[in-house]
Design a protein around this ligand. Structure first.
Ligand SMILES: [Zn+2]
Length: 273
């Protein structure tokens, strides 16, 4: 996880159709708060096609360099991602896998700062409606209540700096405090398939570091000659491969790179911007 910078201008649909529908949600709540708080009720349903409109998705994808805001896996053709509400819109759980309370943060359904783009695993299999507060008594329960009393335990990818709460030792993720711990659990950042992907990335970088150190200047060193022979490359092609490997290594901690958070923790001297 790294801190993402979201564009200051929100997609226009949120201000137009989003604001209109938000007024309806507010009226619905004000008309019958008890009914909106009843378990299982779906009165304050946000409207599909507004918060997850193609223009919103595209802006979030660009802002996040086509990576999940939580696990930093790159989206692919088979993992295309969801628009995710940091504060859950339809209901919330204070405790991990605990009971669902209603309503959720319905008034943030179309709020740009509350929207992120995440992979299906982080969102659906893990975080879901989990949104623990340090003090549950401070929770805002309706649109007229202030959010600034809440101290969220989960790290907001755009508003918090995850590096202050989470670190990595090689591919293993470590919490530095209770917010880091809650976030690792909530987003499933220690799930085995993700650890495997991070390890693969580390191996790729070690390989890039080794190949990037080859110069291919005459007379060739023994390891350089071996490299060319084994891969059937010319000297020029070897130089090209080495230059490519140096670039992969130099760019590994930049925002667009996959698992940049892990790379930064392991190799703090690499350029981050
Ligand atoms: Zn993810």
């Amino acid at each position: 996880m790294i801190q993402v910078t979201k564009s200051a201008t929100e997609p226009a649909i949120l201000g137009r159709r989003g604001t209109r529908h938000l007024r309806q949600l507010e009226q619905l709540y004000t008309a019958d708060p008890a009914a909106c708080r009843a378990p299982e009720n779906t009165r304050l349903k946000s409207r599909d096609g507004i918060y997850n409109d193609a223009t919103v998705k595209e802006q979030l994808r660009l802002d996040q360099h086509k990576k999940c805001c939580y696990c930093e896996s790159l989206f692919t053709a088979t993992s295309y991602g969801d628009v995710e509400h940091f504060r859950p819109k339809a209901g919330y759980q204070q405790d991990w896998r605990g009971p669902l309370s209603k309503p959720g943060y319905y008034w943030l359904a179309y709020e740009w700062t509350n929207l992120l783009f995440s992979c299906q695993l982080c969102n659906q299999e893990y975080k879901g409606n989990y949104f623990p507060l340090r003090d549950p008594a401070t929770r805002a329960l309706m649109h007229t209540e202030a959010l600034n009393r809440e101290q969220a335990l989960l790290l907001h990818p755009a508003l918090d700096n995850p590096a202050l709460h989470i670190t990595f030792v090689q591919d293993a993720i470590k919490a530095l405090d209770d917010r880091g711990e809650a976030s690792i659990q909530a987003f499933g950042l220690d799930r085995p398939d993700l650890i495997k992907s991070r390890l693969d990335r580390l191996k790729e970088l070690f390989y890039a570091r080794i190949v990037g150190a080859l110069k291919f200047m005459a007379p060739l060193e023994e390891r350089e000659q071996e490299f060319l022979t084994e891969l059937g490359l010319s000297v020029a092609e070897g130089k090209e491969a080495a230059a490519e490997a140096r670039q992969i290594w130099q760019e590994a901690a930049l925002d667009p790179a996959e698992y940049a958070g892990m790379v930064r923790a392991n190799f703090p001297h690499l350029p981050q911007h």
